[in-house]
Design a protein around this ligand. Structure first.
Ligand code: ADP
Length: 498
């Protein structure tokens, strides 16, 4: 195998090694002998250099007209279309999910590029009457400044695009720290931005580990806003640090997403949805279906059939076209899945399928875990409450729609939910009553589109949204503008109150 390429940080348009000279290897989770690349292991000195480069670039980037900034995004989308297959293959190599999914991940960046390019000619504010004569009033969106971004490994290109593209069209400059398991896809994305004409220093990449490279980005005084996607545990640390400096901070964190299957559901459809929702991306999506709440009248049939489906899933290296489920990202995730299998069994849940790491034959080279299903799960068991982030599904029985919604809501998280039913009345009640940022009807819990708000309630997030116009709200700040053309002093609340 050819020796792996070495990547420096991208600072002010140049690739530079970490000041300490330290590096780390990016290994393929399907075959840990495959070194995808060698990356800079950065610390606060590198972060400081990147933030300074971004602050300098901000002086001019903020003055580039938004439609011109948008043209760069549009061209980036076109370049990504051309390179889609190549980037998808590299992403499968570094992240593990199957090729059809990594093609989808690149496509999500393309969709975001085109959507946010359109915003360059909108970025609407408001005009509104003044309470005084001969006075004009409006509100305009202003950029925030240097934005710090911390990304996870499960959507290595899509999530960085959700953060970078809206920030850029709004006139901000960026420092992004990709996840240590999947830095390559961020380089591919940002290289396309630069090829499309992005000036040096507008986006900077600092690679490395969370406490060394992520934490200093959150704390840097010149970083005006932080966008984080990852675990609730780390999100809490990031949010607290940002709060100390009154920094706007968007936190997108865990989920324990439920799919409700009522007794009038199309069971074939619900099964397809559950298999895709639970085992797509090996369950490593924040929106993954990790609980199926199924009506007791159809629970036996549903459970037997999903176990059959899970048994037949082809698990292996996602670069092979016939593979349906790839590996988990790393050893720690295998340990987490293994630990939760034990937790569930100790609590009295019935292991119906899987429950073990796969380490024989083709699986011996990587981090594979069998598609796993638990039956006899009670709503309050830990396996039904805590995020596993692996291919582990719990089946919980319910009695009708109200019981199902109560169970679905009885968790700390609130990201995605799904309801399978042919009864429109029940569907609308679920839409109203499910405590979540996303509700699907007759579709699984995964599959967000980029022009709708993405995010959740409760422990999943802190109220911000990615995607849709919510992203613009995060990456801009409002300025209210009053223009008095009366040629005299007019006092609001005083002179018009006569
Ligand atoms: P995941 O479960 O996706 O690995 P993490 O929350 O562990 O989620 O990591 C998400 C991102 O947060 C990664 O880029 C990681 O390096 C970064 N990170 C981890 N710890 C910290 C920290 N203390 N401060 C800032 N970023 C961190």
């Amino acid at each position: 195998m050819a020796s792996a390429k070495t990547y420096g940080n991208l600072i002010g348009g140049k690739f530079v090694p970490a000041k300490s000279g330290k590096t780390f290897e990016n290994l393929s989770p399907a075959d840990t002998s495959d070194v995808v690349g060698v990356f800079a292991s950065s610390d606060d000195a590198d972060v400081d250099a990147a933030v300074k480069a971004a602050a300098k670039a901000y002086e001019t980037w903020r003055l580039v007209p938004a439609p011109k900034r948008a043209e760069i995004l549009y061209r980036t989308g076109e370049l990504l279309v051309k390179r889609k297959e190549e980037f998808a293959r590299d992403m499968t190599r570094e992240m593990g999910k199957v090729l059809s999914e990594t093609r989808g991940d690149v496509q999500e960046a393309i969709d975001t590029a085109y959507y946010m390019a359109g915003e360059g000619r909108r970025l609407f504010g408001q005009t509104t009457p003044s309470e005084l004569q001969n006075k004009f009033a409006m509100s305009v969106r202003m950029p925030v400044g240097v934005c710090g971004m911390i990304a996870p490994w499960n959507f290595p290109m899509a999530i960085p695009s959700w953060k970078l593209f809206p920030a850029l069209v709004c006139g901000n400059t960026c420092v992004i720290k990709p996840a240590e398991d999947t830095p390559l896809s961020t380089f591919h994305l940002v290289e396309m931005l630069m090829e499309a004409g992005l000036p040096d220093g507008v986006v900077n990449i600092v690679t490395g580990f969370g406490p060394e490279a992520g934490a200093p980005l959150v704390e840097h005084p010149k970083v005006r806003a932080i966008s984080f996607t990852g675990s609730s545990e780390v999100g809490r640390i990031v949010g607290q640090k940002a709060a100390g400096n009154f920094k706007p901070c968007s936190l997108e964190m865990g989920g324990k997403n439920a799919m409700i299957v009522l007794d009038d559901a199309n069971l074939d459809l619900a099964l397809d949805g559950a298999v895709w929702g639970a085992f797509g991306t090996s369950g490593q999506r924040c929106t993954a279906t990790s609980r199926v709440i199924v009506d007791k009248r159809v629970a036996a049939e549903f459970t037997a059939r999903i176990v059959e489906r899970a048994k037949k899933l082809r698990v292996g290296n996602g670069l092979e076209e016939n593979i349906e489920m790839g590996p988990q990202i790393n050893k720690q995730q295998i340990e987490t899945s293994t630990r939760y299998v034990k937790v569930a069994q100790d609590e009295g849940a019935a292991l119906l399928q899987g429950g073990v790491a796969l380490a024989e034959g083709v699986h011996s080279k990587g981090h594979f875990f069998a598609p796993t299903i638990f039956g006899k799960v009670q709503a309050k068991m830990r396996i039904a409450q805590e995020e596993v982030f692996g291919p582990v599904l719990s089946v919980i029985e319910c009695d009708g729609v109200e019981d199902a919604i109560r169970i679905a809501n009885g968790i700390e998280y609130g990201l995605s939910t799904a309801l399978y039913s042919r009864d429109v009345n029940k569907a609308f009640r679920a839409i109203r009553d499910l405590e979540a940022g996303i509700t699907y009807v007759n579709a699984p819990t995964i599959g967000a589109e980029v022009h709708l708000p993405f995010g959740g309630v409760k422990q999943t997030g802190n109220g911000h949204r990615e995607g849709g116009t919510g992203a613009l709200d995060f990456y801009t700040t409002w300025k209210s503008v009053y223009i008095d053309y009366s040629d005299k002093l007019q006092r609001a609340q005083i002179d018009n109150a006569k």
